[in-house]
Design a protein around this ligand. Structure first.
Ligand SMILES: CC(C)(COP(=O)(O)OP(=O)(O)OC[C@H]1O[C@@H](n2cnc3c(N)ncnc32)[C@H](O)[C@@H]1OP(=O)(O)O)[C@@H](O)C(=O)NCCC(=O)NCCS
Length: 275
């Protein structure tokens, strides 16, 4: 088995590995093929394949990220996994990084944390992806909530100042689809918070919470309950929420949320190795 630079002639074989090895969306040709072509055009020196008896059995797609090299994708043909090929690809990539004068390799991965840990990588950050299942639950509407209107914007800015800006960016991004949801919560007739969600690009059964604006935890939960209720009214099965905060992750787990294993909604582990 040898590791060498990828060429355009390898593309078909590399794509077949993607189709059969990845659990997440990287198995979709429409997503991965353009990405591989672009990497080959921009940084051919960072694209590797593993070849065994003249057959392509694995690949690594790399890129540059500030002061480090980044692993964008790595996969080994299913029948060749567990034989050290993935580790060999990492080793070759690391030696390219050293030769180029880089001291660090970075990456993020949904499913292969253990593989990287075995190869000396450390997890430096986690983005938790949670889902709430609407099926099998008795859900109730939440009082004092309304569908958000454009005329509510000035009230939101008045109440939340700069914090409202990132919320509003998410709100406006939902304008290009019809099935998105944004709600506002009133306390004593004053706006007290707002939530915006949008249907996941790949799965119409998943409504992602994009942003929540609140000052008080109690309001946050009311807004989450509202969006869950409205989603279930449309028959949507899952609500998704992502957070970097471990405390928030734990409190969602205690409210009946689960860590997601869906191929389009996963917890992401950010890993690094000093070389
Ligand atoms: C992850 C992957 C590239 C590893 O390649 P490999 O050639 O099987 O790995 P190696 O043989 O060098 O190392 C095997 C070790 O990595 C770990 N490992 C392998 N695949 C793993 C996976 N999918 N998740 C977690 N750990 C994994 C195992 O612990 C194994 O150790 P063990 O032999 O003690 O059980 C390969 O399994 C693969 O293609 N998986 C599917 C695609 C993927 O998840 N890619 C990474 C996300 S971008």
């Amino acid at each position: 088995m040898k590791v060498r630079k990828m060429t355009f002639k390898d593309l078909y074989y590399v794509l077949r590995i993607c189709n059969s090895a990845f659990l997440e969306m990287a198995r979709w040709t429409s997503r991965i093929a353009p990405a591989i072509i672009e990497s080959m055009e921009k940084y051919p020196e960072l694209q590797l394949v593993a070849e065994h008896d003249g057959k392509i059995v694995g690949f690594l797609r790399g890129g540059y990220k500030e002061d480090s090299l980044k692993i964008l994708h790595i996969a080994v043909s299913p029948s060749f996994q567990g034989k050290g090929i993935g580790s060999k690809l990492l080793e070759e990539f690391e030696s390219i990084a050293v030769k180029k004068g880089f001291r660090k390799i970075t990456l993020d991965t949904p499913f292969a944390k253990r593989f990287y840990e075995k190869n000396g990588y450390k997890c430096v950050k986690i983005e938790y992806a949670l889902i709430f299942e609407t099926i099998g639950k008795e859900l109730m509407d939440v009082k004092n909530t309304e569908i958000m209107k454009l005329s509510n914007i000035s009230m939101l800015i008045e109440r939340f100042g700069r914090d409202a800006y990132s919320f509003l960016k998410e709100y406006f991004k939902t304008f290009d689809t019809s099935s998105d949801k944004a709600f506002i919560y009133f306390d004593d007739d004053k706006v007290a918070g707002s939530i915006v969600g949008s249907i996941n690009r790949w799965c119409t059964d998943l409504l992602e919470i994009r942003s929540i604006l609140y000052n008080d935890e109690r309001i946050k939960w009311k807004l989450i309950d509202k969006i869950i209720f409205e989603a279930s009214l449309s028959g949507i099965r899952w609500i998704g929420y992502k957070t970097y905060k471990k405390e928030e992750y734990k409190s969602l787990l205690s409210e009946g949320w689960k860590e997601s294993k869906l191929p389009y909604w996963w917890t992401k582990y950010f890993m690094e190795k000093e070389i």
